[in-house]
Design a protein around this ligand. Structure first.
Ligand SMILES: Cc1ncc(COP(=O)(O)O)c(C=O)c1O
Length: 427
């Protein structure tokens, strides 16, 4: 019997959609109002905001705003029209690519219209039917989706576990040998949820034993890691051994788009074969010009990164001193782990937002193990030491309440605040 596909869809809200009745507009799709930065408004109240990946504060930097506005006025948002390969190429796209490649330390680069689609498409394009991918089990969704699209076989290694990586490299090399293909290892530079780093220094050592190429997604490493903000490969001093580096502009650059850097022939292959770019419009000129400005600021203002790290170190040292569990972070991403279930998680977040004026994101199972909660804090160069002190004091109080069982009741007791958020949803 044929069913109405809409009927099935309406009855299957999905893992997050099932909470729509309670959290839509509050936990999911919250609307932060005001100038992008640490002090914004949520659900009618001022909050100290720790949830934007605006690491260097460039999203709202006055020079960036001016450049973005002038470029939009000069070119319009549509220009150039068409895909790069057809009618959407410009001198500025090429200049930006060359400048970015020089900054990263690779011979060539290709700018892309979106990070997520870009990464998917890089994987699809690089790994063919006879190739084998070996990837970290906690890889970002864009890496998983890229592998779903690619015809290559794949093996996952346990997150950052080098013994497991070697085991999978062994399997992968045998299979690639039988099939006449190659091996591509994929990891992130900085893991954006937990803040730990892909162990690039250890991974590249396996190149002495196994023939593979490595692609890294350094969306969170660009601008934050390395002496010049060139990313996680610079941090480990292994840029030459990382074959392909992907960066997204949505984090430290506070913008949209992405870029892939590698040797010239690989970039040329991507230029002619990457379906997400061949069959889609190129990055609009105002974004190219705006991103050039951001790159210039990253290069010429190391003090933004230095201040970011002053805030990161104060925050993480402060939490550590108070005995909070931050897992294995080595980057600005600051996860605070607690024991608890969904009741505790939702009640903690409501208390933080409504009574303490602190906005951060809650991460629960299945992203992290059952029985654990994570409050994810993203420090930026716009935060101050006063923000840090205030937040640590609040977290100390919240932890005491959590340990005393104050947050165990059903989150439905907070229905009034959810309703306020939901009622103000624009339909
Ligand atoms: C690790 C990682 N890769 C890729 C992306 C996608 O980038 P974009 O938001 O530019 O599409 C993100 C951002 O969410 C990310 O965190």
């Amino acid at each position: 019997m044929i069913k109405d596909i809409f009927e099935r869809i309406k009855n299957t809200p999905g893992p997050l959609g099932q909470y729509q009745g309670m959290g839509d507009g509050y936990f999911m799709f919250p609307r932060l109002v005001g100038e992008v930065g640490p002090e914004m408004e949520f659900n009618g109240k001022k909050v100290l905001n720790w949830s934007l990946n605006n690491y260097l504060g460039l999203a709202n930097h006055p020079e960036v705003r001016k450049t973005d506005a002038e470029a939009a006025a000069m070119y319009g948002l549509g220009a150039p029209m068409g895909a790069r390969m057809m009618s959407g190429n410009t001198d500025l796209h090429i200049k930006f690519e060359n400048d970015f490649a020089e900054f990263i330390g690779k011979p060539a680069g290709l700018v892309m219209n979106f990070g997520y689609q870009g990464m998917i498409s890089i994987i699809d394009c690089l790994a063919g039917r006879n190739d084998v991918i070996v990837y970290d089990s906690e890889a970002h969704a864009c890496i998983l989706d890229g592998m779903r699209l690619s015809l290559a076989k794949r093996y996952a290694y346990r997150h950052n576990d080098m013994e497991s990586l070697e085991k999978q490299l062994n399997h992968a090399c045998k299979l690639a040998d039988q099939q006449g293909g190659g091996v591509l290892v994929i990891t992130e530079g900085v893991y954006g949820m937990a803040g730990d780093l892909g162990h690039l220094d250890e991974i590249v050592k396996f190149k002495e034993k196994y023939p593979f190429r490595i692609l890294i997604d350094d969306a969170h490493g660009l601008g934050t890691m390395g002496a010049h903000g060139r990313g996680t490969a610079e941090h480990y001093g292994v840029t030459d051994q990382i074959d392909v580096i992907f960066d997204a502009f949505a984090k430290s650059m506070g913008s949209i788009g992405g870029v892939v850097n590698s040797e010239r022939e690989i970039i040329d292959h991507l230029r002619f074969n990457m379906r997400s770019q061949t069959y889609a419009k190129s990055l609009p000129l105002p974004l190219v010009v705006g991103n050039m400005k951001r790159l210039e600021l990253i290069k010429t203002h190391p003090e933004y990164r230095e201040h970011l790290w002053t805030i990161v170190n104060a925050l993480q040292d402060g939490f550590r001193k108070e005995g909070f569990n931050m897992g294995c972070t080595e980057s600005p991403v600051t996860p605070i782990y607690f024991e608890g279930g969904i009741n505790e998680g939702t009640n903690v977040v409501v208390d933080l937002r409504e009574n303490y004026g602190i906005f951060c994101s809650l991460v629960t199972y299945p992203v992290i193990p059952k029985g654990q909660l994570m409050l994810r804090i993203i420090p930026t160069a716009c935060h101050t030491l006063e923000h840090v002190e205030r937040t640590i004091e609040v977290f100390k109080e919240v932890k005491k309440k959590l340990d005393a069982g104050v947050y165990s009741a059903s989150p439905l007791q907070n229905m009034n605040v959810f309703t306020r958020a939901m009622n103000s949803n624009v339909k």
